[in-house]
Design a binder for this molecule. Structure first.
Ligand SMILES: [Zn+2]
Length: 137
């Protein structure tokens, strides 16, 4: 890698080299920025808190409302939101991955027994969440 770059650099004039260097630097900054954004996205995605307005996962805890319930702030669109009454993930007590699997398997018309095996919960939990999901549709 280093040898290839060295050979390439040797064929360039000083001006060409500077231009090349600036472009590489810009590209590197873009890649670094994208990597950071991906890391942030992954981190928030794993928490499964999604903004009801713009559907971004980049949401942070933002104090409590008068009833003592957790409030969240969306870092993407700055929306503030509280109880996710219609938000499946919130009331199901399943994590994000389990909820996704549950939705997919349920939509395939599978039984609670199959669901419980896939998302590794008890049959009762799977049945209960499947009922909730069906009602929310
Ligand atoms: Zn938002």
């Amino acid at each position: 890698m280093e040898k290839i770059i060295q050979e390439l650099v040797n064929t360039l004039t000083d001006d060409q080299f500077l231009e090349f260097y600036e472009k590489v630097k810009q590209q590197a900054e873009l890649i670094k920025k994208q990597k950071r954004l991906n890391e942030i996205d992954q981190k928030f995605r794993s928490q499964g808190i999604k903004c009801p307005k713009c559907e971004s996962y980049h949401c942070v805890k933002n104090g409590h409302n008068s009833e003592g319930k957790q409030k969240y702030l969306c870092k993407n669109c700055r929306a503030s939101f509280g109880a996710f009454r219609n938000h499946f993930i919130y009331w199901s007590h399943l994590n994000y991955e389990q909820s996704n699997l549950l939705i997919q398997i349920s939509l395939l018309g599978q039984s609670s027994k199959t669901i419980s095996r896939f998302i590794k919960t008890t049959l009762k939990t799977a049945w209960y969440n499947r009922q909730k999901l069906m009602k929310s549709k």
